[in-house]
Design a protein around this ligand. Structure first.
Ligand SMILES: Cc1cc2nc3c(=O)[nH]c(=O)nc-3n(C[C@H](O)[C@H](O)[C@H](O)COP(=O)(O)O)c2cc1C
Length: 395
């Protein structure tokens, strides 16, 4: 880890500087973002960087981080810095996970495989998106022995849900993350103004096209009499057909002649997500798998409590980076109310998850962390303990 992380990377850069080499990738996040904008196509940039409506939620997320300031403490012996955390029975080198990101091939041809390998090199868990550009079995192989999780969009076909979860289990995923905030796609003006949805050209649907249940749904749809097409034949329509053929599994020439790539996209649009999902449906998923289940998109403490009651193992406090509800509260700002509600005891550790959760202090919400090991332990429970972790972590 040390060579690929923090001080190790810094030392390597300075050492390279001695022989006149500078880093190819900007180390300042703002310059990195600008470099990405220059590199990506207008459509790819719109999809990656855009969020919903007036993008207030995305701004709120950043501002919430801007408002926080760190008060450094001194003389604490930091010669050995230990960032390790334990999550679901596995120790990780740092309290970080890669967020599930769909359609990664918009950003780089290596797509999910590149991110999976990078996560594996750092030893941090890779979360394969349900909208990935490559099947989850391939990313599972790319991470080698490193941990990986699977993010699920709950489809309108429960059979497809069961199939995806089964595949994730067989591929060695260590947790299932269910994203709840995208039962319908947010109103994203940057994409809308370009009339661009990557899925429409067959991108980001590899988990579906590689799935036997989905393939059967496609075959069933294809066997029904086709609606007459209202699409005009324009250069853009032809380009879309070419993209469809390129992005669909199998030989390009065959795909170009076949209706299947197009029917696959239509089938995907039919089944993508189930807006009628309720808390009661979680029992179905709980019955499908013994893997830890993490709900992504939870923001209200009451929802976190319900998750715990439903036997859920963890939550990811998130608003999808502002890509769904414009005007939503910043995810970071929702953490303090959780901790206040959980006072006076540190329930993140003692109640929320399981007996494996360590006990922390029962001090007031903003009290200093009692000890380094307790702080570490609480950080470890950050994802699975919906109640009051923040206080324990002293952040
Ligand atoms: C281009 C892009 C694609 C994304 N695709 C997915 C996805 O497929 N599944 C998912 O659950 N979240 C997806 N997200 C949301 C991220 O996982 C994450 O929630 C977001 O970047 C904000 O980070 P946060 O949740 O840590 O606040 C995507 C975000 C971006 C920017």
């Amino acid at each position: 880890m040390s060579d690929t992380f923090g001080r190790g990377v810094q030392s390597r850069i300075y050492l390279d500087g001695v022989s006149g080499r500078r880093p190819r990738v900007p180390t300042d996040a703002r310059r990195l973002e600008e470099a990405a904008r220059r590199k990506l196509s207008a459509r790819a940039w719109a999809y990656v960087a855009g969020s919903s409506g007036t993008e207030r939620t995305a701004r709120a997320n950043r501002e919430a981080f801007e408002r926080r300031r760190i008060v450094p403490r001194m003389l604490r012996d930091v010669a050995e810095r230990d960032l390790t955390v334990e999550l679901f029975g596995r120790r990780h080198p740092a309290p970080l996970l890669t967020a599930p990101i769909g359609v990664l091939d918009l950003a780089h041809p290596d797509a999910d495989l590149g991110v999976a390998q990078a996560a594996s090199a750092l030893g941090i868990p890779f979360i394969a998106s349900n909208q990935a550009s490559v099947p989850l079995e391939d990313t599972a192989e790319a991470v080698g022995g490193s941990p990986h999780w699977f993010q699920l969009y709950w489809s309108s076909s429960d059979e497809l849900v069961a199939s995806l979860v089964g595949r994730a289990e067989r591929a060695g995923a260590e947790a299932i993350v269910v994203t709840l905030d995208t039962h319908s796609l947010g109103w994203r003006p940057r994409d809308l103004d370009l009339a661009y949805l990557p899925f429409a050209e067959g991108r980001g649907i590899a988990q579906y096209t590689s799935d036997p249940v989905f393939q059967r749904l496609v075959a069933e749809r294809a066997s029904r009499p086709a609606q007459p097409s209202t699409q005009r034949i324009t250069p853009a329509a032809v380009a879309t057909l070419v993209s469809l053929a390129r992005n669909h599994p199998g030989p390009f020439a065959g795909n170009l002649r076949s209706l299947t790539p197009r029917v696959a996209v239509q089938t995907f649009l039919d089944v993508f997500s189930r807006p009628s999902l309720t808390w009661e449906d979680l029992a179905f998923l709980r019955g499908l798998t013994a893997l830890p289940i993490v709900l992504k998109g939870i923001q209200h403490p009451d929802d976190a409590r319900r998750a715990v009651d439903a036997g859920i193992d963890g939550v990811l406090v998130s608003n999808h980076g502002g890509r769904q509800v414009d005007g939503a509260v910043a995810a970071l700002d929702m953490l303090p109310p959780w901790s206040r509600r959980s006072a006076p005891t540190c329930r993140c550790c003692s109640t929320a998850a399981s007996a494996r959760a360590p006990m922390c202090s029962s001090r007031s919400p903003w009290a200093p962390v009692p000890s380094r090991s307790a702080a570490r332990a609480c950080t470890a429970w950050r994802w699975r303990a919906p109640l009051g972790w923040r206080r324990c972590c002293g952040t």
